[in-house]
Design a protein around this ligand. Structure first.
Ligand code: RIB
Ligand code: CA
Length: 305
């Protein structure tokens, strides 16, 4: 069992990633921390609690974090719908605790060397933890993040992936930190699911909420990102941690653009062969589509305990 904290901005693909992580049985999830990104912190926090309720796992604590990026205005996504979960209308729950950063630090301090942070949204909370609790950094096992684009175009701008674009200053702090980092960039997100794939999910309780989420999500993606299938950004990130043998990875040196007029949030990798030194991040270049799809449907189809 891997010990993790999921930092997330649900978000339809975040919701599917949380379902995969919880139902896989591969993870001890110490907490879910929320961040503004796909939607507001109120939405992402309410949505995280709603997904855990659907999974019967309200025992997993949810701590809310950053309402805005470190230095910029929040630039929300449109593909996840008005409330952030496609066509699902989650009921309002308890408010915001606002203590995600402190909670991340204290969980890591209590579990020194064991905790991997799975970062599925903008890196605002992680950057704040690095800045406010520098003593905790050596006790973090690693950060596994969905974000960036190395050899492919961006999805939020010509060159930048959404999570990096929303808070490039936070991403810069994380990439400069000494913590062990793995990134799953858009390069590995060519594995998409169709409605037929989702319809194979047999869990009677999850099947209809999943379809209520993904049908509008796919419709919005075809309007905004030129693809008719479901982008599985965050589930692929969780899967790369669950099943590293299904992935191709390499070590690179990457930095994050924070000043460019046209290149804000771009992850700029050193790709000159004769200059390949000082790697600072492991990049997941490819995930086996066959294995991911088979495992995703099998795991989400497992009956709830
Ligand atoms: O660019 C895709 C990423 O941005 C995913 O994590 C998605 O949920 C959004 O947060
Ligand atoms: Ca996300």
């Amino acid at each position: 069992m891997k010990d993790i904290i999921i930092d997330t901005d649900p978000g339809v693909d975040d919701a599917l990633a949380i379902m995969l992580a919880v139902k896989s049985g591969n993870f001890r999830i110490h907490a879910i921390t929320t961040v503004a990104g796909n939607s507001t912190i109120d939405d992402t926090t309410r949505n995280a609690r709603f997904i855990l309720k659907l999974l019967g796992r309200e025992d997993i604590p949810v701590y809310s974090g950053a309402k805005n990026p470190l230095k910029r205005k929040l630039d929300r996504a449109v593909v996840h719908g008005k409330d952030g979960l496609g066509g699902l209308k989650p009921l309002n729950g308890p408010g915001l605790s606002g203590d995600a950063v402190e909670r991340i630090s204290s969980i890591i301090e209590r579990n020194s060397g064991k905790i991997t942070i799975v970062a599925l949204g903008p890196l605002t909370n992680i950057a704040r933890m690095i800045e406010d609790y520098p003593q905790t950094i050596p006790k973090m096992k690693s950060v596994v993040m969905m974000g960036g684009a190395i050899r492919v175009p961006g999805n939020k701008s010509r060159v930048a992936e959404f999570n990096m674009y929303v808070d490039p200053e936070a991403a810069d702090i994380v990439f400069r930190s000494p913590v062990m980092k793995t990134m799953l960039p858009l390069d590995a997100c060519d594995v998409q699911l169709s409605l037929t794939d989702f319809e194979k999910i047999r869990d009677a309780e999850l099947r209809s909420p999943i379809l209520e989420m993904v049908v509008p999500y796919m419709r919005n993606l075809s309007k905004n990102e030129g693809t008719s299938k479901a982008m599985m950004y965050d589930p692929l990130t969780v899967y790369s941690l669950m099943n590293p043998s299904a992935c191709r990875k390499r070590r690179i040196n990457a930095v994050v653009e924070t000043r460019g007029e046209f290149t804000r949030g771009m992850t700029v990798a050193e790709q000159r062969r004769w200059k390949e030194e000082n790697p600072n991040v492991t990049v997941v270049e490819k995930v086996s589509a066959r294995r991911f799809k088979a495992d995703f449907v099998r795991i989400l189809s497992k009956a709830q305990p």
